[in-house]
Design a protein around this ligand. Structure first.
Ligand code: 6PG
Length: 237
């Protein structure tokens, strides 16, 4: 991974959030089916944020071999167990608590240990997985993704640690743990889910090549970006 390398972007537009959910759901199912057929397992990294919540809710109802699914989190907020702002709680309530994925295949970030220790422990959990099959990511208005924020360490260089402890996040809570850009990039497919008018400016900046955390995600296979067509205006405007 190197900032001088380039990554190919596939900008896939949809009419609205409901179509975005459908397209994302079918991409997840396709990848899971293919991964399970080819390797017997599906290693899937979840994003936090609001955009994926309805997709997670719909995942409850798909037909799949749940025992082959392995679930990871791109990032987590350092909050007390059970806090409603935990990404793991959101994904649990929306989806994971309702399907029979073996509990030892749900790899939550142990944030109750504090950011430093949790980052260290999660890096050791991740050591057993070479490349993720699918990583979902969101995009913040400032270009952040996972808990990689502008002006902070993103871990994009080769040899970067797999996880980063964050102590001064610009969004509450300040303490977080995030997979690094290098680790998130080690994925056979990366899909960014981008929805809502507030993302207009950041999408234009990303397309113009402005430096931002999302730009540090550089999987070999390129990136699929699912977004509402209203966000993809001509760049001259
Ligand atoms: C988090 C996320 C974060 C999120 C973006 C977009 O823990 O908050 O991982 O990176 O994906 O902020 O969030 P929305 O989907 O809510 O716009």
């Amino acid at each position: 991974m190197n900032s001088t390398n380039s990554v190919s972007y596939r900008w896939n537009t949809v009419d609205d959030q409901s179509e975005l959910n459908q397209v994302a759901l079918s991409a997840i199912l396709d990848n899971a089916t293919k991964s399970i057929r080819q390797r017997g397992e599906f290693h899937f990294v979840l994003s936090g944020g609001d955009t994926p919540r309805r997709i997670y809710q719909q995942l409850r109802f798909i037909h799949t071999n749940w025992s082959a699914w392995h679930i990871y989190f791109s990032d987590e907020r350092c909050l007390l167990a059970g806090d409603q702002n935990l990404n793991s709680r959101m994904a649990g309530e929306a989806w994971l608590d309702h399907v029979p994925i073996p509990k030892n295949q749900l790899y939550e970030i142990p944030v109750e240990l504090g950011a430093s220790r949790a980052a260290y422990e999660y890096a050791s959990t991740l050591r057993s997985v070479q490349a993720f099959d699918l990583t979902l990511l969101g995009l913040g208005e400032d270009g952040h993704t996972a808990s990689l924020f502008p002006g902070h360490e993103w871990g994009s260089e080769v040899g970067s640690p797999d996880t980063l402890a964050v102590f001064t996040a610009p969004k509450a809570p300040k303490h977080r743990v995030s997979m690094s850009a290098a680790r998130l990039s080690r994925s056979r497919q990366v899909i960014f889910l981008v929805s809502g008018e507030s993302k207009h400016m950041v999408v234009a900046k990303w397309r113009r090549g402005n430096n931002m955390p999302a730009k540090a995600i550089m999987p070999i296979a390129g990136i699929d970006i699912l977004l509402e067509s209203s966000l993809l205006v001509p760049l001259s405007i």
